[in-house]
Design a protein around this ligand. Structure first.
Ligand code: SF4
Ligand code: SF4
Length: 386
């Protein structure tokens, strides 16, 4: 049964935060002695350069409290995060993180160096390129900021892991999974990979900054800061997001990463299985939290033009079978979950691809025994710098 620690915390004061975070770890049965001699990758939400007060990013003092606990316990914390558009260096400089890193002596890992994480039990995206630093970690500490979100309704512990994909590759993922349903399923594939895909398995603990969150049209500059006065923690991101959404009094049916996450049974398949310890949800629940309408400029920007096949065909690599190698074994057709591959028609002795429905998961390319499928660049791909 997944345990979620829920504790009140009403200010970004160091003593309050370290007390709440230490107690959270203890509540979920995590012994801080585990940090001793460990390389601990700490991933805050650094969506963009923003002031702490805007509640767009994990509060820098929240991050400070976490790295202090890791250091005091004999571990080495390393910051790893990939902002949406800006470089990590610029984001750190333009936020209070720069000062915190300097005063605490914390190093960063380069989010742009990637390695492929394979997770065969994923629904569609079985091979995802993430920042290599996660592979080098002994322990991953993810520090999500709870916010409303125009596409996924909420962003928390599950959606947070999108930042493991570097920079512009994130935009490509929006194109490959353009609808809210598809995007949520992709996020769950990524969550599954980060939770179960490392070999050997890597402990991943989520400590959520829900002290001051965002309501309304989050998760960026259009969202409004709102004090929720809570710290949540656990090793099951879906359970944490459920508990946070309940504290905010949100309609859980709309939180696709939670409801579809329950269906996947990633350690939890229903709210009845979640044990909340510390405070009770009812003690911290608010009844006037403003959800995202999904009609903000941000949400529409991500629905259109990413939702158009023309856009996808121009900006993404397409898998292209090569006649000189293809033996027409059709293993590619078998693996394609989108039904985009059919048998050879016409004179060309290669499978026929429907690029309008191909989601660019590249599973066909991975499976082809003849290495007959190559990536062909989209005509305007250079615009994305890739
Ligand atoms: S898997 Fe490769 S060799 Fe087999 S049909 Fe597809 S492209 Fe051709
Ligand atoms: S054609 Fe290949 S890349 Fe496209 S959806 Fe099917 S398996 Fe994925």
């Amino acid at each position: 049964m997944p345990v979620v620690s829920l504790l009140p915390c009403a200010a970004y004061e160091n003593r309050l935060l370290t007390d709440a975070i230490r107690k959270s770890l203890s509540n979920i049965g995590f012994d801080v002695k585990t940090f001793k001699n460990a390389r601990v990758v700490v991933k805050p939400n650094l969506l963009m350069p923003a002031k702490d007060e805007k509640a767009i990013i994990t509060h820098s003092e929240f991050f400070r409290a976490v790295v202090q606990i890791v250091k005091e316990s004999g571990g080495t914390p390393i910051l790893l995060e990939s902002p949406a558009i800006h470089s990590l260096a610029r984001t750190l400089k333009k936020t209070a993180y720069g000062r915190v890193l300097e005063s605490e002596g914390i190093e960063t890992a380069d989010p742009g160096i990637t390695r492929t994480l394979h997770y065969e039990d994923a629904k569609k995206f079985k091979h995802i390129d993430i920042s290599e630093g996660y592979f080098d970690a002994d322990i991953i500490l993810s520090l999500p900021k709870f916010k409303t979100h125009g596409i996924t309704y909420i962003t928390g512990a599950v959606k947070m892991l999108f930042g493991a994909i570097p920079g512009v590759e994130k935009s490509k993922m929006h194109m490959r999974a353009p609808t809210p349903e598809e995007f949520s399923e992709f996020i769950l594939d990524l969550y599954g990979a980060m939770t179960y895909g490392f070999s050997p398995p890597k402990p991943i603990i989520h400590i959520m900054d829900a002290v001051c969150v965002q309501e309304g049209e989050g998760p960026g500059t259009a969202g409004k800061p709102r004090w929720l006065n809570a710290v949540l923690a656990g090793d099951n991101g879906i359970a944490i997001d459920y508990a946070a959404a309940m504290v905010a009094g949100l309609d859980i049916k709309k939180a696709l990463t939670v409801v579809n996450g329950f269906k996947r049974d990633y350690g939890v398949s229903s709210p009845d299985e979640i044990k909340v310890v510390g405070a009770a949800i009812d003690d911290l629940r608010v009844d006037d939290f403003e959800p995202a309408t999904g009609n903000s400029i941000f949400s529409n920007m991500f629905r259109w033009p990413f939702n158009t096949t023309t856009f996808k065909n121009l900006f993404l690599d397409r898998p292209a079978p090569q006649e000189d190698r293809c033996t027409l074994c059709y293993q590619c057709k078998k693996i394609c979950a989108s039904g985009a591959i059919s048998e050879s028609s016409g004179r060309k002795q290669v499978p026929a691809y429907d690029y309008d429905i191909c989601i660019r998961c590249y599973c066909c390319l991975e499976i082809c025994p003849e290495a007959a499928i190559q990536k062909q660049r989209g005509r305007l791909q250079w615009v994305l710098g890739a």
